[in-house]
Design a protein around this ligand. Structure first.
Ligand code: HEC
Ligand code: HEC
Ligand code: HEC
Ligand code: HEC
Ligand code: HEC
Length: 216
């Protein structure tokens, strides 16, 4: 009688397939998960107290970013709109909408709305909006097509490698200063070249990837 019956072959094959599968799963976890959106929460759409739509307010009504994110040109933080900014309109339109009940309550109780952050960096990273705005980096370069988002989703990984890929070669990401806030801006034949903009803004990428730029 044979020591290994026909069933043994089956068992060995099954074990091999199992080991192969495990190996592939591990590879996926090591290589794919860190760069896919899953781990970085790219495309992440957090739940908000009010389903605020940039698509409606920016592309539909034509509001400028600075109407609500008033400090973006002058400070590190872009800032969030105070409830009374919403109420300049919503005390007159959609005044009874259930969707806007948290906004009315916030005004009545004099407590700010608590928006869930979409973009956050760890504390050990230094970031500043104003320098990017002053050097012609448009909002959509970092925040994606926000003017078309019914709910805000995260458009980039915020990985160090993402920051660095632009800091090493900013030219293709620059635009004229007048167009920084335009959520639908596209390069046209009249747009000055990346090299011209680099010169106009005095950008010297040589030191822009030094560790101390972002880790101070
Ligand atoms: C009418 C007010 C208003 C205008 C105008 C507006 N926003 Fe916002 N924005 C908000 C509110 C409210 C939130 C918080 C809710 C959310 O995340 O959608 C927000 C959130 C954001 C966020 C996510 C912030 C985070 O990390 O949580 C970004 C990025 C942003 N806005 C960019 C822009 C840009 C770029 C423009 C101009 C093209 C713009 N916004 C115009 C009100 C506005
Ligand atoms: C300049 C006027 C204006 C301001 C400022 C404004 N809204 Fe609106 N909002 C509107 C109008 C107009 C509509 C109706 C849009 C429609 O249905 O066509 C609307 C609709 C909405 C809706 C219903 C959903 C939707 O988008 O259709 C929500 C929620 C809302 N606004 C929240 C806010 C919040 C929160 C703020 C403050 C951060 C704000 N709005 C500031 C004019 C404004
Ligand atoms: C170079 C990339 C970059 C550009 C350009 C940029 N942002 Fe941001 N934005 C970020 C990062 C990174 C964060 C997260 C900052 C943090 O956690 O400290 C952020 C956060 C925000 C927030 C959350 C609140 C806050 O104050 O941090 C808002 C609102 C915002 N950006 C709006 C804008 C607007 C409006 C523009 C254009 C005028 C803009 N951003 C341009 C990278 C950028
Ligand atoms: C799309 C291009 C782009 C991206 C993405 C970008 N930056 Fe920048 N950054 C620039 C440009 C352009 C400047 C201006 C350089 C200059 O003034 O010479 C700058 C300047 C800075 C400065 C100021 C440098 C100084 O010398 O004072 C800091 C800090 C900074 N970036 C941090 C970051 C961080 C952190 C991230 C990622 C979260 C990031 N940046 C992503 C283009 C970018
Ligand atoms: C343009 C901005 C920028 C520059 C320049 C930069 N970093 Fe970072 N760094 C970041 C950001 C953003 C993060 C957080 C996101 C992440 O983990 O990728 C980070 C995270 C890190 C971390 C945490 C690592 C981890 O994976 O959790 C270390 C360590 C680090 N950086 C070291 C360096 C060193 C060393 C240099 C110089 C060679 C450098 N960084 C240059 C933006 C920068």
């Amino acid at each position: 009688m044979a020591v290994f019956g026909p069933k043994a072959n089956l068992a060995v094959n099954a074990a091999l397939v199992g080991a192969g599968g495990l190996f592939l799963t591990l590879l996926l976890m090591i290589w794919v998960v860190p760069v896919s959106g899953y781990n970085t929460l790219e495309r992440y759409v957090p739940v908000q107290p009010v389903p605020f739509s940039h698509k409606h307010h920016v592309s539909g009504l034509g509001l400028d970013c600075r109407y609500c994110h008033a400090t973006v040109e002058v400070s590190q933080n872009a800032g969030m709109p105070a409830t009374k900014v919403c109420m300049t309109c919503h005390s007159q339109i959609w005044t009874n909408a259930a969707l806007l009940a948290p906004v009315r309550q916030s005004l009545a109780e004099d407590k700010s709305l608590r928006w869930t952050r979409v973009y956050t960096l760890p504390d050990y990273v230094y970031f500043d909006h104003s320098i990017h705005i002053a050097k012609g980096v448009g909002c959509t370069e970092c925040h994606g097509p926000i003017g078309d988002m019914p709910l805000t989703w995260k458009a980039t990984t915020l990985y160090m490698s993402w920051c660095l890929s632009c800091h090493r070669n900013p030219a293709p990401h620059l635009r004229p200063l007048n167009d920084v806030f335009d959520p639908h801006w596209r390069r046209s034949p009249e747009t000055p070249s990346g090299a011209q903009l680099m010169a106009a803004y005095h950008i010297h990428p040589k030191t822009l990837s030094d560790c101390g730029v972002c880790h101070r």
